[in-house]
Design a protein around this ligand. Structure first.
Ligand SMILES: Nc1ncnc2c1ncn2[C@@H]1O[C@H](COP(=O)(O)OP(=O)(O)OP(=O)(O)O)[C@@H](O)[C@H]1O
Length: 537
């Protein structure tokens, strides 16, 4: 199916809506310095519609979402209307809220030091009219109700800093959904579902269907084409800040159609999945008797030269592994053998791990991985400086060369080492996070959901960089639940259940087989029992 010739919908006359749209964006532009992030963007979202907004990393999606909440002021000349009412620009957050415009930003916008209930209810507290005291029982009941509808109970009194990425996303989504006024306005989700498990995703979409059934609309920003096709009625596609497809009905489209619209070329023309090296070099990295909150006596062998995936349902323990192996969280018990050195994982710390050549690319780059106020160069060089300054004199030109090489290898856009990381688009921040740890040339590289929020082209670039690290002798562990990512990156995938690897996919497995293995535990022909785990060496 060709997307060519699909007309962008024209805006209605100034000041009022002829279409009854929930949201109308008319010719909005945004310039950062000399960079035009949005050029005369127009968009309409109809009542009860789930509208997708898609485009490559840096194409301007989050900039538009941030204009809708008043975080960014647009250039003069554009208009934003909600339910036919023109908003004053820049948008004032209070007016946006009153009009029923809620946004879940990519960074989620939570306050780490406040509890879940405080994050959910801040700015919405109802006080006793006489005493002005906050009615906490009512606040808790409302907070609980919305979390329950999302099917993901989160303890209300825990500080948000202590939550998992999935729980953080749930709280941010719940906060936006509780603000939705039935039959009015619009909720924007900017890559908000990226860390939800499949089960949570189902709850999210059930709830979203209820919300849009009232006539409220939703704008969904996502890099997951499958999700976009499944969930949305129409899509608008941005390329370099320009609408290249406006309000295109998704019925009958394929993932390839969307990729072609986003990239301007089809998926087949992108570099193919690299052949698995299946080449194991040097001594295995050995994990023995690893126990944590969920992991229950795990034994693993990873070989330099291979990329091993670990996956499973929420609670299976696979996503605890990255943090226990890298000293980010203490294990209850267990050892990690790297060459001649055996490390006690109950006492392992990040500094020791880094000195031993163990690197972690965590989930949640904004609060766990990057210094957003520092430049690309400073972020990339941080771990190298920390681990090597005691041994080698810091050499400026060598550092510049390293940063330049990684910016180029991972195709960071704009390719400017002096750019402040907080000003990069989400996907480009993720590339910097990877560059930061790949540049240390680790012996063991542990990645948690490494292609989160990156576009389909960048996924391949990251895949190639990770495989190249393996080819150069690094043992790589990838934890995640994205079947496409695991299939693209990994030589084999261990599926965890009840705190242990329960099955293993090897050879030429497909994304569907990964999903099937996670959910059914059904043993297919390429899926064999993974116990005892040491037997694969
Ligand atoms: N505060 C800022 N200062 C300067 N440039 C910025 C700022 N915020 C965004 N940009 C630039 O504007 C462009 C659009 O960024 P935006 O975050 O909107 O992209 P995006 O489509 O949301 O990307 P992603 O899919 O990676 O999240 C990028 O080139 C980005 O570097």
């Amino acid at each position: 199916m060709s997307l060519a010739g699909t007309a962008e919908r024209g805006p209605s006359p100034a000041g009022s809506s002829l279409t009854g749209a929930r949201l109308e964006v008319r010719s909005v532009s945004k310039t950062f310095g000399r960079h035009q992030a949005l050029s005369a963007v127009s968009l309409e979202v109809a009542p009860g519609e789930i509208h997708g907004l898609i485009g490559q990393n840096g194409s301007g999606k989050s900039t538009l979402a941030k204009i809708l909440t008043g975080y960014h002021a647009p250039d003069p000349g554009g208009q934003v209307l909600v339910d036919g009412q023109q908003l004053r620009l820049p948008v004032r957050p209070r007016e946006a809220a009153v009009r029923g415009l809620a946004v879940v930003h990519q960074s989620l916008g939570l306050v780490d030091d406040l509890t879940v209930v405080e994050n959910l209810r801040v700015g919405r507290f109802r006080a006793n009219r006489l005493t002005r005291a906050i009615r906490w029982d009512d606040e808790r009941r409302d907070a609980e109700a919305v979390l329950e509808r999302l099917g993901r109970p989160v303890r209300l009194d825990v500080r948000v800093a202590e939550l998992s990425e999935e729980e953080r996303a749930t709280v941010a989504i719940a906060r936006a959904l509780q603000d939705a006024t039935p039959g009015r306005g619009l909720v924007v989700f900017d890559e908000s579902t990226r860390s939800l498990s499949r089960a949570s995703l189902e709850h999210f979409y059930d709830l979203l269907e209820d919300v849009v059934a009232t006539g409220t609309a939703a704008l969904l920003i996502s890099h997951h084409m499958e999700e976009v096709l499944e969930a949305t009625d129409r899509v608008t596609v941005l390329r370099d800040g320009v609408v290249v497809e406006g309000g295109l009905p998704t019925a009958g489209l394929t993932e390839n159609d969307l990729v072609r619209a986003i990239m301007g070329r089809s998926l087949e023309q992108l570099p193919a999945r690299p052949a698995c090296p299946r080449r194991r070099v040097g001594d295995a990295v050995t994990v023995r008797g690893l126990r944590g909150e969920l992991l229950d006596g795990v034994d693993l062998e990873l070989h330099p030269g291979e990329v091993v995936g670990v996956t499973g349902l929420a609670g299976s323990g696979h996503d605890e592994l990255p943090y226990l192996l890298t000293g980010a969280r203490p294990a209850r018990d267990g050892t990690l053998q790297l060459g001649d050195d055996t490390h006690d994982l109950a006492r392992f710390e990040v500094g020791t791990a880094m000195a031993a050549g163990v690197a972690l690319v965590p989930e949640g780059r904004e609060h766990a991985g990057l210094a957003l106020d520092l430049t690309v160069a400073d972020n990339v060089l941080l771990p190298r400086r920390r681990s090597r300054s005691a041994v080698l004199p810091v050499e400026r030109s060598a550092e510049t060369a390293v940063v330049g090489e990684w910016v180029q290898r991972l195709d960071v856009r704009p390719p400017d080492p002096a750019q402040v990381v907080g000003k990069l688009s989400g996907g480009n921040q993720q590339k910097v996070l990877l560059a930061k740890w790949l540049a240390t040339a680790p012996r063991l590289l542990v990645l948690h959901e490494p292609t989160q929020a990156v576009d389909v082209g960048a996924r391949r670039t990251i895949g190639e960089a990770v495989r190249r690290a393996a080819d150069e002798g690094c043992a790589v562990l990838v934890a995640g639940t994205d079947e496409t990512e695991l299939t693209m990156l990994c030589d084999r995938v261990l599926v965890f259940r009840d705190g242990r690897p329960a099955a293993e996919l090897t050879g030429d497995f497909t994304p569907d087989e990964v999903v099937e293995a996670i959910f059914s535990g059904h043993i297919r022909k390429r899926l064999r029992s993974a116990s005892p785990p040491a037997g694969d060496g």
